[in-house]
Design a protein around this ligand. Structure first.
Ligand code: GLA
Length: 390
């Protein structure tokens, strides 16, 4: 049975039959290159995945929200109300759903009826493949479909980011929600986060696959560290603006940055800014390389991206470094780097298909030996944005 039929059945078992029951999907995402550039006015190059979050939804007559996730069965049905749209720690994952309903209201689109909603995600939770942004975009997509709001997919991305920033307190950039809302099969998105101009770029990996290695490290303080990096970059920008006429760190080329970098007296701040500037340039070069079918060069730039995230941006940690450094040793690996916010989560590698089993064995064994628990591996495909399935 297909996932959409399974989850439909589970919805009926949980919430009962009747009414207009609809089924939806929104993908997860992986970023190929361009990390921690999206809140620095730089470029990113993510793609949507064929794994993601499934939802079954039905409007209610009253103002209740009854929310259930089969990934968090122990939490049971979490109930809430349209008159109480506030984040509560015990509301757990449902804060992402409520955040979107709240954000629609803030943008003048008031939801006036409650919902029964069931979710099932096949993105590993907390893996850095944006399960939360997937839930956000999915919720927006459902609200549009159920209540007839006039919003584009790009609006859904912006609303998702707004709710994450203002309702859930993570100062994230636009990349995740954009990649999910705008995803296209077999294409990555080259997005300029300063202007929101974007281009699709076909990812033709003849004889190769994208392999995600999941560290299974609990994310812990990731959100506060993320916000800390963001304010470090803001500090750098403020200092550099005294020297040059720029709006964002993404306005600087590496050469321009090198000329003025000693304005930044604090070494840590200087390293953060250096990453933001160089990573942006690497992303532009990587897309050029991919368009020229130079996948070897693309892979080298992925590797350089990891080194910069490890040494200058300091968001990797022993788990991600082990996964990447072990991957680099394996024959058939074109490139490998951490992906997403870091501090745990996943790495992304491009691996020649005949070497994938060897990759999983070698990296998996070394990881277990060094870290003490196992990593998981997923061979992924690039998929479309959100859709209604039934
Ligand atoms: C998280 C954020 C994104 C982006 C990445 C790092 O995924 O949600 O906006 O900043 O980290 O590139």
């Amino acid at each position: 049975m297909e996932i959409k039929d399974n989850i439909f059945g589970a919805f009926v078992n949980t919430f009962g039959e009747g009414g207009d029951i609809r089924v939806y999907f929104a993908p997860g995402r992986v970023n190929l290159i361009g990390e921690h550039t999206d809140y620095n006015g730089g470029h990113v190059f993510p793609c949507a995945l064929t794994i993601g979050t499934y939802a079954v939804a039905r409007q209610r007559r009253d103002r209740r929200l009854r929310l259930f996730s089969s990934n968090f069965r122990d939490l049971g049905i979490i109930e809430s109300d349209l008159d109480d749209l506030k984040p509560y720690p015990e509301a757990d994952w449902t804060n992402y759903v409520k955040g979107i309903i709240w954000a629609f209201k803030e943008k003048g689109m008031e939801v006036d009826k409650g919902m029964d909603l069931m979710l099932y995600g096949n993105i590993p939770n907390g893996s850095g493949l944006s399960s939360s942004a997937s839930v956000e975009v999915l919720t927006g997509f459902i609200l549009r479909d159920l209540f007839g709001f006039d919003v584009t997919n790009l609006d859904l991305a912006l609303i998702g980011q707004f709710s994450e920033n203002k309702f859930n307190g993570v100062n994230c950039g636009i990349m995740d929600q954009f990649a999910i809302a705008m995803g296209k099969k077999e294409q990555a998105m080259f997005l300029d986060t300063a202007t929101l101009d974007y281009k699709y770029a076909p990812v033709k990996l003849a004889g190769m696959k994208i392999v995600i290695s999941c560290s299974n490290k609990k994310r812990g303080l990731a959100d506060s560290k993320y916000n800390e990096r963001r304010s470090e970059c803001e500090k750098a920008l403020e200092e550099l603006k005294k020297k040059v006429d720029i709006e964002t760190l993404g306005d600087l080329t590496p050469e321009e940055f090198d000329k003025i970098s000693d304005t930044l007296k604090d070494e840590v701040i200087r390293k953060r800014a250096k990453h933001a500037v160089y990573e942006n340039a690497r992303t532009v070069s990587a897309v050029e390389a991919l368009n020229a079918n130079d996948i070897t060069r693309f892979g080298q730039l992925m590797n350089e991206s990891h080194v910069s995230l490890r040494d200058d941006y300091e968001v990797t940690g022993i788990e991600l470094d082990t996964l990447v450094e072990e991957a680099w040793k394996v024959e058939g690996v074109v490139g490998s780097r951490m992906t997403g916010a870091g501090f745990g989560g996943c790495t992304v590698s491009i691996v020649k298909t005949p070497y994938i089993d060897r990759f999983k064995e070698a990296v998996g064994a070394a990881y277990l030996e060094r870290i003490g628990y196992a990593a998981d591996f997923y061979v992924v495909e690039i998929g479309d944005g959100p859709s209604r399935l039934k």
